[in-house]
Design a protein around this ligand. Sequence first.
Ligand SMILES: [Zn+2]
Length: 264
Amino acid sequence: MVVAIGAHVDQTDPVAEATARGASLVQFFLGDPQSYKGPVVTYADGAAALKARAEEQGVDLYVHAPYIINVATTNNRIRIPSRKLLQQHMDTAAEVGAKGLIVHGGHVNKDDDPAKGFDNWRKAIEATDIKVPLLIENTAGGDNAMARYLDRIAGVWEAISTAEGAENVGFCLDTCHAHAGGNPLETVVEDVRKITGRIDLVHCNDSRDEFDSGADRHANFGAGRIDPDLLAGVVRDAGAPVICETPGGAAEHASDFAWLRDRL
Ligand SMILES: [Zn+2]
Protein backbone atom coordinates (compact mmCIF):
# COMPACT_ATOMS: atom_id res chain seq x y z
CA MET A 1 0.00 0.00 0.00
CA VAL A 2 1.37 3.40 -0.99
CA VAL A 3 1.02 6.00 1.75
CA ALA A 4 2.80 9.37 1.86
CA ILE A 5 5.00 9.38 4.96
CA GLY A 6 6.87 12.36 6.40
CA ALA A 7 7.96 13.83 9.69
CA HIS A 8 7.78 16.79 12.01
CA VAL A 9 10.89 18.90 11.32
CA ASP A 10 12.56 22.21 12.03
CA GLN A 11 11.01 25.06 10.02
CA THR A 12 14.24 26.74 8.91
CA ASP A 13 14.44 24.73 5.68
CA PRO A 14 11.61 22.22 5.67
CA VAL A 15 12.08 21.28 2.02
CA ALA A 16 15.70 20.32 2.73
CA GLU A 17 14.48 18.36 5.77
CA ALA A 18 12.04 16.50 3.51
CA THR A 19 14.80 15.73 1.01
CA ALA A 20 17.09 14.47 3.78
CA ARG A 21 14.39 11.96 4.73
CA GLY A 22 13.19 11.08 1.25
CA ALA A 23 9.78 12.41 2.35
CA SER A 24 7.04 14.03 0.30
CA LEU A 25 5.52 15.87 3.25
CA VAL A 26 6.71 17.56 6.42
CA GLN A 27 5.16 19.38 9.36
CA PHE A 28 6.65 22.18 11.43
CA PHE A 29 5.89 24.87 14.00
CA LEU A 30 5.97 28.56 13.12
CA GLY A 31 7.86 29.57 16.24
CA ASP A 32 7.69 28.50 19.87
CA PRO A 33 4.79 26.06 20.37
CA GLN A 34 4.44 27.15 24.00
CA SER A 35 4.24 30.87 23.33
CA TYR A 36 1.47 33.40 22.60
CA LYS A 37 3.89 35.38 20.41
CA GLY A 38 2.66 35.31 16.84
CA PRO A 39 4.03 33.05 14.11
CA VAL A 40 7.54 33.51 12.76
CA VAL A 41 8.83 32.24 9.42
CA THR A 42 12.55 31.47 9.71
CA TYR A 43 12.99 30.28 6.11
CA ALA A 44 15.67 32.71 4.87
CA ASP A 45 13.78 33.97 1.80
CA GLY A 46 10.38 34.26 3.47
CA ALA A 47 6.97 32.65 3.24
CA ALA A 48 6.26 33.13 -0.49
CA ALA A 49 9.66 31.68 -1.43
CA LEU A 50 9.08 28.69 0.83
CA LYS A 51 5.73 28.06 -0.84
CA ALA A 52 7.33 28.21 -4.30
CA ARG A 53 10.23 25.97 -3.27
CA ALA A 54 7.93 23.33 -1.77
CA GLU A 55 5.74 23.30 -4.88
CA GLU A 56 8.76 23.01 -7.14
CA GLN A 57 10.09 20.05 -5.12
CA GLY A 58 6.68 18.39 -4.71
CA VAL A 59 6.75 18.60 -0.92
CA ASP A 60 3.49 19.10 0.99
CA LEU A 61 3.84 21.37 4.03
CA TYR A 62 1.72 21.13 7.17
CA VAL A 63 1.81 23.63 10.03
CA HIS A 64 1.23 22.60 13.64
CA ALA A 65 -0.32 25.40 15.70
CA PRO A 66 1.05 26.12 19.21
CA TYR A 67 0.05 23.67 21.96
CA ILE A 68 -1.16 26.49 24.18
CA ILE A 69 -4.06 27.32 21.87
CA ASN A 70 -7.29 26.39 23.64
CA VAL A 71 -10.32 27.80 21.85
CA ALA A 72 -12.69 25.62 23.93
CA THR A 73 -11.94 27.04 27.38
CA THR A 74 -14.43 29.12 29.33
CA ASN A 75 -11.53 31.32 30.49
CA ASN A 76 -11.71 34.50 28.37
CA ARG A 77 -8.10 35.34 29.06
CA ILE A 78 -7.05 32.14 27.31
CA ARG A 79 -9.86 31.71 24.76
CA ILE A 80 -9.62 35.16 23.19
CA PRO A 81 -5.82 35.15 22.68
CA SER A 82 -6.10 31.55 21.48
CA ARG A 83 -8.51 32.55 18.71
CA LYS A 84 -6.23 35.39 17.70
CA LEU A 85 -3.19 33.12 17.63
CA LEU A 86 -5.11 30.53 15.62
CA GLN A 87 -6.02 33.14 12.99
CA GLN A 88 -2.43 34.39 12.83
CA HIS A 89 -1.17 30.86 12.27
CA MET A 90 -3.90 30.28 9.70
CA ASP A 91 -2.81 33.38 7.78
CA THR A 92 0.85 32.37 7.79
CA ALA A 93 0.06 28.73 6.98
CA ALA A 94 -1.78 30.01 3.90
CA GLU A 95 1.20 32.19 2.95
CA VAL A 96 3.54 29.17 2.94
CA GLY A 97 0.96 27.17 0.98
CA ALA A 98 0.32 24.66 3.75
CA LYS A 99 -2.03 21.77 3.05
CA GLY A 100 -3.36 21.96 6.60
CA LEU A 101 -3.09 23.62 9.99
CA ILE A 102 -3.20 21.20 12.92
CA VAL A 103 -4.60 22.32 16.27
CA HIS A 104 -5.28 20.39 19.46
CA GLY A 105 -8.84 19.97 20.68
CA GLY A 106 -8.24 21.83 23.94
CA HIS A 107 -10.27 21.47 27.11
CA VAL A 108 -12.64 23.17 29.52
CA ASN A 109 -11.99 23.56 33.24
CA LYS A 110 -12.52 20.63 35.60
CA ASP A 111 -15.98 21.66 36.79
CA ASP A 112 -17.22 23.12 33.50
CA ASP A 113 -20.02 21.61 31.44
CA PRO A 114 -18.35 20.19 28.30
CA ALA A 115 -21.23 21.63 26.26
CA LYS A 116 -19.71 25.08 26.82
CA GLY A 117 -16.52 23.85 25.20
CA PHE A 118 -18.43 22.45 22.24
CA ASP A 119 -20.15 25.78 21.74
CA ASN A 120 -16.86 27.65 22.06
CA TRP A 121 -15.50 25.46 19.28
CA ARG A 122 -18.48 26.44 17.10
CA LYS A 123 -17.80 30.12 17.81
CA ALA A 124 -14.10 29.69 17.04
CA ILE A 125 -14.86 28.14 13.66
CA GLU A 126 -17.29 30.94 12.86
CA ALA A 127 -14.76 33.58 13.94
CA THR A 128 -11.86 32.12 11.98
CA ASP A 129 -11.17 32.88 8.34
CA ILE A 130 -10.24 29.33 7.35
CA LYS A 131 -7.84 29.60 4.41
CA VAL A 132 -6.31 26.11 4.56
CA PRO A 133 -7.96 23.03 6.09
CA LEU A 134 -8.05 23.25 9.88
CA LEU A 135 -7.35 19.80 11.31
CA ILE A 136 -8.44 19.17 14.89
CA GLU A 137 -6.17 16.66 16.62
CA ASN A 138 -7.11 14.21 19.36
CA THR A 139 -5.18 14.58 22.62
CA ALA A 140 -3.90 11.98 25.10
CA GLY A 141 -4.94 13.68 28.28
CA GLY A 142 -6.08 17.00 29.65
CA ASP A 143 -8.70 17.49 32.33
CA ASN A 144 -12.09 17.65 30.67
CA ALA A 145 -10.54 17.41 27.19
CA MET A 146 -12.54 18.07 24.03
CA ALA A 147 -10.80 15.52 21.79
CA ARG A 148 -9.62 12.65 24.00
CA TYR A 149 -12.68 10.40 24.17
CA LEU A 150 -15.07 9.73 21.31
CA ASP A 151 -18.16 11.19 22.97
CA ARG A 152 -16.43 14.56 23.27
CA ILE A 153 -15.17 14.47 19.69
CA ALA A 154 -18.79 13.83 18.72
CA GLY A 155 -19.88 16.84 20.78
CA VAL A 156 -17.36 19.11 19.08
CA TRP A 157 -18.32 17.82 15.64
CA GLU A 158 -22.00 18.24 16.20
CA ALA A 159 -21.47 21.79 17.43
CA ILE A 160 -19.22 22.90 14.60
CA SER A 161 -21.31 21.25 11.89
CA THR A 162 -23.65 24.24 11.89
CA ALA A 163 -20.83 26.79 11.71
CA GLU A 164 -19.90 28.61 8.55
CA GLY A 165 -16.62 27.15 7.29
CA ALA A 166 -17.19 23.71 8.84
CA GLU A 167 -16.52 22.03 5.49
CA ASN A 168 -12.89 23.16 5.85
CA VAL A 169 -12.49 21.52 9.24
CA GLY A 170 -10.96 18.05 9.29
CA PHE A 171 -9.41 15.59 11.67
CA CYS A 172 -5.84 14.64 12.54
CA LEU A 173 -5.62 11.26 14.29
CA ASP A 174 -2.59 10.81 16.54
CA THR A 175 -1.90 7.15 17.33
CA CYS A 176 0.07 7.83 20.54
CA HIS A 177 -2.69 10.11 21.79
CA ALA A 178 -5.41 7.61 20.86
CA HIS A 179 -3.62 4.76 22.68
CA ALA A 180 -2.62 6.77 25.75
CA GLY A 181 -6.01 8.50 25.68
CA GLY A 182 -7.81 5.18 26.01
CA ASN A 183 -9.21 4.59 22.51
CA PRO A 184 -8.63 1.05 21.18
CA LEU A 185 -6.51 1.24 18.04
CA GLU A 186 -8.35 -1.80 16.67
CA THR A 187 -11.40 0.36 15.94
CA VAL A 188 -10.32 3.98 16.32
CA VAL A 189 -10.25 4.81 12.60
CA GLU A 190 -13.76 3.50 12.08
CA ASP A 191 -14.97 5.07 15.34
CA VAL A 192 -13.62 8.51 14.46
CA ARG A 193 -14.83 8.33 10.87
CA LYS A 194 -18.34 7.56 12.05
CA ILE A 195 -18.26 10.90 13.86
CA THR A 196 -16.25 13.16 11.57
CA GLY A 197 -16.70 11.48 8.20
CA ARG A 198 -13.01 12.05 7.53
CA ILE A 199 -9.43 11.59 8.64
CA ASP A 200 -7.19 14.03 6.83
CA LEU A 201 -3.85 13.27 8.44
CA VAL A 202 -2.34 10.65 10.75
CA HIS A 203 0.25 11.52 13.36
CA CYS A 204 1.90 8.13 13.63
CA ASN A 205 3.77 7.78 16.90
CA ASP A 206 4.53 4.93 19.26
CA SER A 207 3.84 5.61 22.95
CA ARG A 208 6.14 5.25 25.95
CA ASP A 209 3.09 4.78 28.15
CA GLU A 210 0.31 2.30 28.80
CA PHE A 211 -3.12 2.30 27.20
CA ASP A 212 -5.38 4.98 28.79
CA SER A 213 -2.49 6.40 30.86
CA GLY A 214 -3.32 9.94 29.73
CA ALA A 215 0.41 10.60 29.19
CA ASP A 216 1.77 12.16 25.99
CA ARG A 217 5.25 10.78 25.40
CA HIS A 218 6.04 9.74 21.82
CA ALA A 219 8.43 6.90 20.99
CA ASN A 220 10.09 5.58 17.84
CA PHE A 221 8.26 2.66 16.22
CA GLY A 222 8.80 -0.60 18.02
CA ALA A 223 10.34 1.18 21.01
CA GLY A 224 7.04 1.92 22.75
CA ARG A 225 3.99 0.11 24.10
CA ILE A 226 1.83 0.01 20.96
CA ASP A 227 1.45 -3.32 19.17
CA PRO A 228 3.26 -2.89 15.81
CA ASP A 229 0.41 -4.50 13.88
CA LEU A 230 -2.11 -2.10 15.42
CA LEU A 231 0.04 0.91 14.59
CA ALA A 232 0.37 -0.17 10.96
CA GLY A 233 -3.33 -1.07 10.91
CA VAL A 234 -4.34 2.49 11.80
CA VAL A 235 -2.20 3.88 8.99
CA ARG A 236 -3.67 1.34 6.55
CA ASP A 237 -7.26 1.93 7.59
CA ALA A 238 -6.98 5.72 7.61
CA GLY A 239 -5.48 5.87 4.12
CA ALA A 240 -4.35 9.44 4.79
CA PRO A 241 -0.91 11.11 4.66
CA VAL A 242 1.27 10.32 7.67
CA ILE A 243 3.48 12.55 9.78
CA CYS A 244 5.83 10.87 12.26
CA GLU A 245 6.41 13.00 15.34
CA THR A 246 8.95 10.55 16.70
CA PRO A 247 12.22 11.39 18.45
CA GLY A 248 15.46 12.04 16.57
CA GLY A 249 16.50 13.55 13.24
CA ALA A 250 16.70 12.40 9.62
CA ALA A 251 18.34 9.02 10.39
CA GLU A 252 15.83 8.02 13.07
CA HIS A 253 12.91 9.19 10.94
CA ALA A 254 14.14 7.30 7.88
CA SER A 255 14.32 4.16 9.98
CA ASP A 256 10.81 4.77 11.35
CA PHE A 257 9.53 5.22 7.77
CA ALA A 258 11.15 1.92 6.71
CA TRP A 259 9.73 0.12 9.77
CA LEU A 260 6.25 1.36 8.88
CA ARG A 261 6.47 0.68 5.13
CA ASP A 262 7.53 -2.89 5.89
CA ARG A 263 4.23 -3.42 7.69
CA LEU A 264 1.80 -1.70 5.34
ZN1 LIG B 1 0.44 14.77 17.21
